[in-house]
Design a protein around this ligand. Structure first.
Ligand code: NAD
Length: 323
């Protein structure tokens, strides 16, 4: 029995806060995956939450039965997981860090209301800039670091394995490898962590044309911007990352996923959230892994942390406990 289960959390219920593009798509994807029986959508725009809940409910009879409704924080109180998707959205190639102040106010509001309602489960943060918002949610809730998880670079990592899959003609599920650091411009595509059938990239590509790794890293980093340019927002990729994190928690999988978590000395870094491979189970983040990186990757990770630390220092008010 893990802490949040022993606190009475209902593992059959997920609360999705923010019923915009990301929240509605996440709720739909959660319903299709049949992870829980109850999905409550909460949004300050109640008409939107009601419409999205009704639309998703229409799919129920043809998909997996689940109760999907527009509710409020009282409905979230006993949920096992609360997913925070309410936040400032970016336009075109706008840096995610530029919406930090707007998102921090929204995420703080959502967390305060969750705590006031008695929520004691696990918080999954998707709002951008996600590493900063994970820290805001952590500080604001007073929860343990294990209980507050950012979607982080899980999406970027899935973009990396997908891109490598096309280049190397290997199924993405058969490629391990991580994008680490900030979910944003300073992220680090850690090619030294890539393994295909136990082989490193160098070993796998020996005697063949080497993939253009800097070009792949750029493509992965800029993929979100390209999607936002085309359709105005991104939704399916992040929604699937949300589902994957919820699945690992609800099924107590002990799965290794790169997610944003509070660092406490890993690579000499602390007091900020960024993505490293983490073991995720019923208690949330059960262990942070510290893979051996190349010197350039380690320097990139430290630089990424420096950018996040500077952004945290510039936030008003500071992401501290509730006031
Ligand atoms: P959106 O504008 O479509 O939806 C945001 C919703 O939040 C709106 O419906 C709004 O009414 C609601 N909201 C605002 N303040 C609220 C509050 N105080 N309480 C409850 N609801 C509130 O935006 P979107 O496209 O769904 O994006 C949502 C967030 O997710 C943004 O911050 C975006 O940058 C981020 N995002 C993250 C990733 C990722 O990989 N982590 C990917 C895509 C988008």
């Amino acid at each position: 029995m893990t802490s949040h289960q022993s606190l009475g959390a209902n593992l059959n219920r997920i609360a999705v806060i923010g019923a915009g593009h990301v929240g509605a798509t996440a709720a739909y994807a959660l319903m299709l995956r049949a992870l829980v029986h109850e999905i409550v959508l909460i949004d300050s725009n109640t008409a939107l939450a009601e419409a999205e809940a009704a639309d998703i409910s229409d799919a129920n009879a043809l998909a997996r039965p689940a109760r999907v409704w527009a509710g409020d924080y009282a409905d979230a109180a006993t949920a096992g997981i609360a997913v925070i998707t309410a936040g400032g959205a970016t336009q075109g190639s706008q840096d995610r860090l530029s919406v930090a102040a707007k998102s921090a106010a929204i995420v703080s509001d959502c967390v305060d209301r969750l705590i006031a309602a008695g929520f004691a489960g696990i918080i999954v943060v998707a709002a951008n800039p996600v590493d900063l918002m994970t820290l805001v949610a952590l500080r604001r809730s007073g929860f343990s670091a294990a209980q507050v998880i950012g979607t982080g670079t899980l999406l970027d990592t899935s973009r990396l394995t997908q891109t490598l899959s096309q280049t190397l003609r290997v199924a993405p599920a058969s490629i391990e490898g991580f994008v680490l650091g900030e979910h944003g411009n300073s992220e680090v595509a850690a090619f030294s962590t890539v393994r295909i059938g136990g082989q490193t990239l160098d070993q796998f590509c020996r005697g063949e044309a080497q993939p253009d790794l800097p070009a792949i890293a750029r493509e992965v980093r800029d993929a979100g911007y390209a999607i936002v340019e085309g359709k105005g927002y991104t939704s399916f990729g992040v929604a699937t990352a949300i589902v994957r994190i919820c699945e690992a928690i609800l099924r107590d999988e002990h799965a290794v996923l790169p997610v944003s978590t509070l660092l406490t000395g890993e690579y000499g870094l602390s007091d900020l959230c960024l993505s490293l491979p983490c073991i995720l189970g019923a208690g949330g983040v059960e262990r942070i892994l510290v893979p051996a990186l190349s010197p350039a990757e380690t320097a990139g990770l430290v630089a990424s942390a420096g950018i996040l630390a500077a952004a945290i220092a510039g936030m008003e008010p500071a992401p501290n406990a509730r006031v």
